[in-house]
Ligand binder design. Structure first.
Ligand SMILES: [Zn+2]
Length: 307
């Protein structure tokens, strides 16, 4: 049994994950990236970093590739250290008041992805991996990514579904393992399938101090250690025979900031000890490998039957 870890980080504007901030664009937490990379580096980890590039950046800054350009030195240092950079589009539209809201219409999202991709290509940016912002996807957006030459997507949060004023996504039936999405239902495999491989973020029952019962959540390296450890232990115990992929998530803004959050430690030292714990705990169950998303997808693509 081999457990392959993919450590992923999403580069969002400040407040996006903490407070659904979609209109005031501040990027101070990007400065944390080298420190986070240092933690990974000390543990021999090459990670996967999803960097925002989308229609909101082109609307606000006149360039979908604004963040890639603005902090080019950071991304190229990561690449030189063996890290992998993926595309992280937060597709937005403006509502009647001119406020940015998340695009949750599949057709419009797919069209926007095509437009953003064309502008990135024209600027010389080429990606093979994607993660759509706010966990949104649909049949047309998944097919469009595949047609655009994206070989691996990592947007799914298996077992989670939300349809409220803030988020709209449905991964309730998605498995906690790589699959080729069915053309008829992006959430599961099926025939005919798309060439793209979906490598979901690993979800597990996570129990925060204010939760009446564990809630299926992604494995975030910034959780308080006791919470992440308990969740990962439950996850390991649920694994069957065979090889498994564990995809963790982190946002730079979660590595600093206010203490006292029930779920997040907001502390880089905790991230470091969480990384150590995950690798050591997995080592008691089997062999441990550390890979980028692209490496895992390549292995999965070779093994997954494709009709
Ligand atoms: Zn994001």
């Amino acid at each position: 049994l081999t457990i392959s870890f993919v450590f992923t980080v999403d580069i969002d504007n400040d407040g996006m994950t903490a407070a659904d901030e979609r209109n005031t664009l501040i990027w101070d937490s990007v400065a944390e990236v080298p420190r986070i990379a240092g933690v990974f580096g000390r543990h021999g980890i090459t990670a996967t970093w999803f960097v925002r590039a989308d229609n909101q950046l082109s609307d606000v800054y006149g360039d979908a590739a604004w963040l890639l350009r603005e902090h080019n030195a950071i991304w190229s240092n990561l690449r030189q250290a063996g890290h992998f950079i993926g595309w992280h589009p937060h597709v937005v539209r403006r509502d009647e008041q001119g406020t940015f809201v998340a695009e949750t219409d599949d057709r419009r999202c797919a069209d926007a992805l095509r437009e953003i991709h064309a502008s990135l290509t024209a600027s010389g940016y080429h990606f093979t991996a994607s993660r759509i912002g706010e966990a949104f996807h649909g049949n047309q957006s998944m097919r469009t990514l595949s047609e655009l030459g994206i070989t691996v997507d990592s947007t799914a949060i298996p077992g989670r579904r939300r349809d409220d004023s803030s988020r709209r996504f449905d991964w309730s039936v998605t498995p906690n393992q790589p699959y080729r999405p069915s053309a008829a239902d992006y959430r599961v495999t099926g025939s005919p399938a798309l060439p793209i491989v979906e490598v979901p973020m690993t979800s597990a029952p996570v129990e925060g101090p204010n939760d009446p019962r564990p809630l299926t959540r992604y494995l975030n390296l910034a959780y308080r250690s006791d919470i992440l450890r308990a969740a990962f232990k439950r996850h390991l115990e649920s694994l069957g025979e065979g090889d498994h992929v564990v995809v963790t998530i982190l946002h730079p803004e979660e590595t600093r900031g206010p203490v006292g959050h029930p779920l997040y430690a907001h502390d880089l030292q905790t991230v470091a000890s969480n990384v150590e714990y995950l690798v050591a705990a997995a080592g008691e169950y089997g062999d441990v490998a550390i890979a980028t998303l692209e490496q895992v997808a390549r292995c999965a693509a070779a093994e997954l039957t494709y009709v």
